[in-house]
Design a protein around this ligand. Structure first.
Ligand SMILES: *Cc1c(COP(=O)(O)O)cnc(C)c1O
Length: 403
C-alpha cells in the first residue's frame, strides 16, 4: 500500500536501507515475560537477560495484587494532569512513600523517568545558564539539557579535572548545573559522586543525579548509589524511575519541599502530562514495602553479578563496570558481530541484547547482560558455557575481547 501520493517520504526508505547496510537497523520483537527470569520470544523459552526488573518485582504476586486493587478502587486511567485533578490519594501516598524511602522532605511523580529528567533539568536551568553533562549520560539527560536551552558543556566520561575547569570558565553564568547518571546504563560503572559533590559545592553549582539503575539495588536502604557511597540526600537533586527495580512505571524527583514545589510549578513534563495510572501507583507502593522488607533481593542480584564477572574473567572476557552491578556489558566492538552473537545466544536459549550506536559510542558495540533477582547461579553457569561456544563460532571475537 502507498501511504503518500507524493514522494515526500521516500527519503525514509533510503535512510532505513542505510541503517540496514551499517548493521544499525533496529527491529522490534515481541517478548512475553515468564516467571523465574524467563521469557518467550518467537515461540522459544529463553533466559531473560534483557530486563531492568532488577529485583524481580514486576511479576511479584503482591505487587500485581496491589496494582489490581488500586485499579479496582480508582480505575484504569489517571484522567488528568496532577495539577488539574489527576493526583489521587494514592498518588499523594506514593509521593510521601518515595520521600520516606529516599530520606528526603518531598518527592514529585512524573509520567516516566525520561520525563522526570527532561522536566527537572528544564526547571533548573534556561537561557543564560550552563549545564554540564557527562558524555555517556542517558538520552533523557541529554535531551533535558538540549531542551532547557542552557549552554551545554559535555565533559569526557568521569573527567573531574575537565568539569572543574569548565565550571571555572563559566563563573559568570547565572546558574550552573552538573547532570550525571549515578550508574551508567551501558557500562555498569558508577560516577565519582563524592568528588562531583565536592566540585559542585566548591563552584556553587547545582548537581542532579539520575539513579535510574541504582534505586533499589544499592545502599543499605536501597536508595541508590548516593547512599552506597555516603552522599547526603541534601547535596543533589535526585531523579529516579519506578520502571526498573521498582517494577512499575513512572519517574520521580526527590529533594526538599521547596524544590518539589518548584517542579510542580515549572517542570513541563509533569504539568502537561496525565498523572500515572492508579495501578502503577499501587504497584510502586507495594514494591517499596518489599524493598524495605527484603534486602536479600538486592544482595542476591549483586552476588549474581560478582559471580558472572568472575566467570567472564576466568574465561578470557573483560568485565567492565562495578564488580556487583546488575548491568554486565560484553564489549565486542563491531555492531554486526554484536548482533550475530546475540542471535547465536538466542538460538541457545538466552535473550541478551546487542547494543549498538547511537546508544553507545562507535566501536564499542556490545552485548548487555541484565541480571535480576529471579536468576540463579545455574543460569549464569549456562550462559558462560554458551558464550564459550559462541566465541569460537564468531571468529572476530578473539581480538575484541582485549578491549
Ligand atoms: C531507563 C532510564 C531512564 C528512563 O526511565 P523510564 O522510567 O524508563 O523513562 C532515565 N535514566 C536512565 C539512566 C535510564 O537508564
Amino acid at each position: 500500500m502507498r501511504y503518500h501520493s507524493d514522494m515526500s517520504f521516500d527519503w525514509i526508505t533510503n535512510e532505513l536501507q542505510a541503517l540496514d547496510a551499517a548493521g544499525l537497523r533496529r527491529r522490534p520483537r515481541v517478548c512475553e515475560p515468564l516467571p523465574h527470569g524467563r521469557c518467550r520470544v518467537d515461540g522459544a523459552e529463553l533466559v531473560h537477560f534483557a530486563s531492568n526488573d532488577y529485583l524481580g518485582l514486576a511479576g511479584h504476586p503482591r505487587v500485581i495484587a496491589a496494582a489490581l486493587d488500586a485499579t479496582s478502587r480508582y480505575g484504569t486511567g489517571g484522567r488528568a494532569s496532577a495539577l488539574v485533578s489527576g493526583r489521587t490519594p494514592l498518588h499523594a501516598e506514593l509521593e510521601q512513600a518515595i520521600a520516606d524511602f529516599e530520606g528526603t522532605e518531598a518527592a514529585v511523580l512524573f509520567p516516566t523517568g525520561f520525563a522526570a529528567n527532561v522536566g527537572a533539568i528544564g526547571s533548573l536551568v534556561e537561557v543564560g545558564d550552563v549545564v554540564f553533562s557527562d558524555r555517556l549520560n542517558h538520552a533523557s539527560l541529554i535531551d533535558g539539557c538540549r531542551l532547557s536551552k542552557a549552554k551545554l558543556r559535555v565533559y569526557s566520561h568521569d573527567e573531574l579535572g575537565q568539569i572543574a575547569d569548565e565550571l571555572a570558565k563559566c563563573r559568570d553564568a547565572r546558574r550552573r548545573l552538573i547532570v550525571t547518571d549515578s550508574l551508567f546504563s551501558m557500562d555498569g560503572d558508577a560516577a565519582p559522586l563524592a568528588e562531583l559533590v565536592r566540585i559542585a559545592e566548591r563552584a556553587g553549582s547545582m548537581l542532579l543525579v539520575d539513579e535510574a539503575h541504582a534505586t533499589g539495588v544499592y545502599g543499605p536502604h536501597g536508595r541508590g548509589w548516593c547512599e552506597e557511597v555516603g552522599v547526603s540526600e541534601s547535596s543533589c537533586v535526585r531523579v529516579g524511575t519506578l520502571s526498573k527495580a521498582i517494577g512499575s512505571q513512572g519517574g520521580f524527583v526527590a529533594g526538599s519541599q521547596q524544590l518539589c514545589d518548584w517542579m510542580r510549578n515549572k517542570a513541563r513534563t509533569q504539568m502537561f502530562s496525565t498523572s500515572l495510572t492508579p495501578g502503577a501507583c499501587g504497584a510502586a507502593l507495594e514494591s517499596l514495602r518489599l524493598i524495605n522488607a527484603e534486602p536479600d533481593r538486592r544482595e542476591h542480584v549483586r552476588s549474581l553479578s560478582r559471580l558472572l564477572r568472575a566467570e567472564l574473567v576466568a574465561t578470557g572476557w573483560s568485565a567492565i563496570g562495578e564488580p556487583d552491578c546488575p548491568i554486565v556489558p560484553l564489549i565486542v566492538g563491531d555492531p554486526n558481530t554484536a548482533v550475530q552473537l546475540s542471535a547465536l545466544l538466542q538460538e541457545r536459549g538466552f535473550l541478551v541484547p546487542a547494543i549498538r550506536p547511537p546508544t553507545v559510542p562507535r566501536g564499542t558495540s556490545r552485548l548487555r547482560v541484565s541480571l535480576t533477582a529471579d536468576h540463579t547461579p545455574e543460569d549464569i553457569h549456562l550462559l558462560i558455557e554458551v558464550l564459550g561456544q559462541a566465541r569460537s563460532v564468531c571468529g572476530g571475537l578473539t581480538d575484541s575481547s582485549r578491549l
